[in-house]
Ligand binder design. Structure first.
Ligand SMILES: C[S@@+](CC[C@H](N)C(=O)[O-])C[C@H]1O[C@@H](n2cnc3c(N)ncnc32)[C@H](O)[C@@H]1O
Ligand code: SF4
Length: 381
């Protein structure tokens, strides 16, 4: 068994807690996450009432799983920092009380750069959060405007500085590339600006046109034009070059980290098909081949829990074939690649074409292969 194989086995056994916070100040036109602005939700599902509902689900979940140490917690959204830090810490304490956090647990929250202060960050750090991920997206004001992002780009370095001062050792930045009107120079500036803040971790995602969003309607009406695949590929390669030069190595298609310890352990748990429980409206869970998801609307979610019921909407059992297929789809995206024996398709032609390399008992995407990852997956499954 290679070191990577042992790692994969460990991640596959990990237990993570995802906590969804379904609130945003403004709904960005491109985003289809399950999130609501303050005027969309009425009594029973307000921000102030949210932690109580989530804590009810936490207690219910812990009764279902029985004793199990939590390795990672990821608070995502929406915008978790729309809630007071005291509320986020109260939910984290609830998780600790219900299961127990591992002594070295990774505890992440996502945050918008405008929704934090030195005091709110200090409270999160003291309350047990170890990692923070800021939604920077771009340094170009016209790109932020196209995305409906409301933050002032100057507030990102300020938020990162405050996070460091508060004692966060792990700071991550989220970037988006491929927004209409974004030039290659705009993107270069965004990456350079992100690197100047010396993050431990960066996620860079190509903008996806999600059906049903305001942004998708603009694209359909021809008001904005998405870049072609070549331009998007150039931006990926430029970012990869600049990240690598700055000492951030790729470890998953869209994620780069300063070293192995700076990788997002929670996400590694997903990618290696570990177990996780998703708390909150619309949250998905996975325990040993069983997958289920919660009712989507926060008011219905709160009502179910208040009346002593489960918020579960539906679920499925993953058979061996589906598990094997999903393993390939997720693990081929990782720098560690996947064992050749786990593949249904023959990797040899793609090794010859320069899309994959063979490393010990595994295959790993080449740089060219990373640009064509979906195509590679189709041929391997
Ligand atoms: C839930 S948000 C993170 C927290 C915070 N609300 C924010 O936006 O920064 C997670 C990430 O998903 C990204 N995202 C949302 N919709 C996307 C899309 N259509 N294409 C690419 N990235 C998207 C966001 O930009 C953000 O960085
Ligand atoms: S991208 Fe973030 S801030 Fe914007 S609507 Fe989605 S979750 Fe909210």
């Amino acid at each position: 068994m290679t070191a990577e194989g042992a790692t994969a086995r460990e991640w596959g056994r990990s237990f993570g807690l995802y906590l969804h916070v379904p609130f945003c100040d403004v709904r960005c036109g491109y985003c289809d996450f399950n999130t609501y602005t303050s005027d969309e939700l009425g009594e029973g599902a307000t921000r102030a009432q949210y932690a109580d509902s989530a804590l009810r689900e936490i207690d219910l979940a812990a009764r279902t799983t029985g004793p199990r140490e939590v390795d990672t917690v990821f608070v995502g959204g929406g915008t978790p920092t729309q809630l007071a830090s005291a509320e986020l810490v109260r939910m984290l304490r609830g998780i600790d009380r219900a299961w127990g956090l591992a002594p070295d647990a990774e505890v992440t929250t996502e945050a918008n750069p405008d929704s934090v202060t030195p005091a709110s960050l200090a409270e999160l750090r003291e309350g047990g959060f170890t990692r923070i991920s800021f939604g920077m997206q771009s340094a170009a004001p016209h790109v932020l405007a196209m995305l409906d992002r409301t933050h002032d780009p100057a507030n990102v370095p300020r938020a990162v500085r405050w996070a460091r001062e508060a004692g966060f050792e792990q700071v991550s930045l989220d970037l988006i590339y491929g927004t209409p009107t974004e030039s290659i120079q705009d993107w270069r500036r965004s990456v350079e600006e992100a690197l100047s803040m010396e993050p431990d971790h960066v996620s860079a995602y190509a903008l996806i046109v999600e059906d049903g969003t305001a942004f998708a309607r603009k694209v359909r009406r021809g008001e904005v034009t998405m870049p072609d695949d070549d331009e998007t590929a150039d931006k990926y390669l430029l970012a990869d070059d600049l990240f690598e030069q700055a000492g951030l190595g790729w470890y998953e298609l869209s994620n780069w980290a300063r070293d192995d310890d700076a990788r997002c352990r929670h996400n590694l748990g997903y990618w290696y098909s570990g177990d996780w429980w998703g708390i909150g409206p619309g949250a998905h869970s996975h325990l040993d081949g069983e997958r289920w998801w919660n009712i989507k609307h926060p008011a219905a979610y709160a009502q179910r829990l208040a009346s002593g019921g489960s918020p579960r909407a539906d679920g499925e059992t993953l058979d061996e074939d589906i598990r094997a297929l999903e393993d390939v789809m997720l693990r081929i995206r990782l720098r560690e690649g996947i064992e050749t024996r786990a593949l249904a398709g023959d990797p040899a032609p793609m090794i010859a074409e320069g899309l994959l390399t063979a490393q010990d008992d595994r295959v790993v995407l080449t740089r060219e292969g990373r640009l064509l990852a979906d195509h590679v997956v189709r041929r391997l499954t």
